[in-house]
Design a protein. Structure first.
Length: 381
């Protein structure tokens, strides 16, 4: 099946008991057994629930994996991956991460004895520099949030596996989605999503996903999910499955609108710099072009005026773009990383990587491009 068919049919079958074409919302915690231990594959909904199973099969299909897992949030999915590790293990990750991932790594897992190296992943050799016998996981985000840096998934995976095949490569694929790039095909072992964003696509749920292509790893992840308990509920599983059916159509429009807005901003007199992997002058454009089918709907930019007043005035002037955290819904959102999504990163770190006061991040929706550009035009003044 091609991707555009998998979003709709991947892992899906009519419900065996009724023939329902859409999976029913199995709002149940437990399942009748005819004799102790004799059941129809479901015992208790923390272990498995049929609505979640339908979603998890679809998750696996869209990322070209063999197994998918639905969690109560994106962070719960990342938490599960880190629980594969042991005290003393080392992780190499990016220096421009989603704020919540950075907070989890530094505030939670460092105290359990994991060691994190934060490096600029734009250059694959930065990863190789930190590999040693304790390295157990590479955690990649590409494009990054909010500076849209691009890491070469295939090159990094190749380098890491050449050193030691057992080092896991995991990719947070939230920004790109499998419509744009499929990390498992590029050599990664684990794909993670905040399904809250593009997979759900309608800003109406919080959920995380993991996809893998290896039986043994799938068993370990299922054990942690079952033992720690951060599962997605049946109602949210239904909503996510419904959202994914239009993922390809939405991503196509997100990408068209994203590119149009990046180009518009790049020639605006009040804009100093635009961060979008589809701009030819962006740093890893050739890698992006190779690795990504299109460039998505996330666009960041810096105003020439770096004052808080000027930046806030722009942020308060949007009429169509809603000032809010999160991203990936059909509606356009605008966000101020310094005070909103990335406030949990220490000011010194933010400064170092370039999250400054004048940085604005857009999640470009699927509305008419003329209306979006008009809104930007009036907000920029
Ligand atoms: C939102 C987000 C997360 C965290 O997901 P939640 O669903 O909010 O827990 C992780 N990574 C990226 C890139 C995100 O945008």
């Amino acid at each position: 099946m091609k991707f555009n068919t998998k979003t709709i049919h991947g892992g899906q079958h009519p419900d065996p008991s009724t023939g329902a074409v859409m999976p029913p919302i199995y709002q149940t915690s437990t399942y009748a057994q005819s004799s102790p231990g004799k059941h129809q594959g479901y015992e208790y909904s923390r272990a498995a629930n049929p609505t979640r199973t339908a979603l998890e099969n679809n998750f696996a299909a869209i990322e070209n994996g063999t197994h998918g897992f639905a969690f109560s949030s994106g962070l719960a999915a990342i938490d599960c991956v880190l629980k594969l590790l042991n005290p003393g293990d080392e992780i190499i990750t990016g220096d421009d991460l989603y704020g919540g991932s950075y907070r989890m790594f530094t505030k939670l897992f460092e105290k359990y004895g994991l060691k994190f190296h934060f490096v600029n992943m734009e250059d694959a050799s930065n990863v190789t520099k930190y590999i040693n016998k304790n390295t157990k996981l590479i955690w990649l985000e590409t494009p990054t949030n909010p500076l849209m840096k691009i890491a070469d998934i295939e090159q990094i995976s190749k380098n890491v596996k050449a050193f030691d095949k057992t080092i896991l490569v995991a990719v947070d694929n939230t920004f790109a989605t499998p419509y744009i790039q499929q990390p498992l095909d590029l050599g990664a072992d684990i794909v993670m999503h905040s399904a809250t964003k593009y997979l759900g696509g309608h800003s109406d749920l919080v959920m995380g996903a993991l996809m893998v292509k290896n039986e043994e790893l799938a068993e370990q992840i299922h054990f942690i999910q079952f033992a720690a308990g951060a599962i997605a509920g049946p109602q949210d599983s239904f909503l996510a499955l419904r959202g994914i059916k239009t993922l390809h159509l939405r991503m196509q429009r997100h990408s068209e609108n994203g590119l149009a807005i990046a180009n518009y901003l790049a020639s605006h007199p009040k804009v100093e710099k635009v961060y979008y992997p589809g701009l030819e002058n962006s740093k890893n454009y050739m890698v992006a072009k190779q690795q990504m089918k299109s460039f998505g709907g996330m666009v960041s930019f810096k105003l020439k005026n770096n004052s808080k007043d000027a930046t806030f005035k722009v942020l308060e002037s949007f009429k169509l773009f809603t000032l809010a955290e999160s991203l990936g819904g059909v509606e356009s959102l605008v966000n101020h990383p310094e005070t909103m999504t990335h406030a949990s990163i220490p000011a010194k770190e933010r400064e170092k990587i370039g999250i400054t006061t004048n940085l604005i991040r857009l999640s470009v929706g699927i509305e008419a491009i003329e209306d979006l550009i008009n809104d930007l035009e009036s907000a920029l003044g």
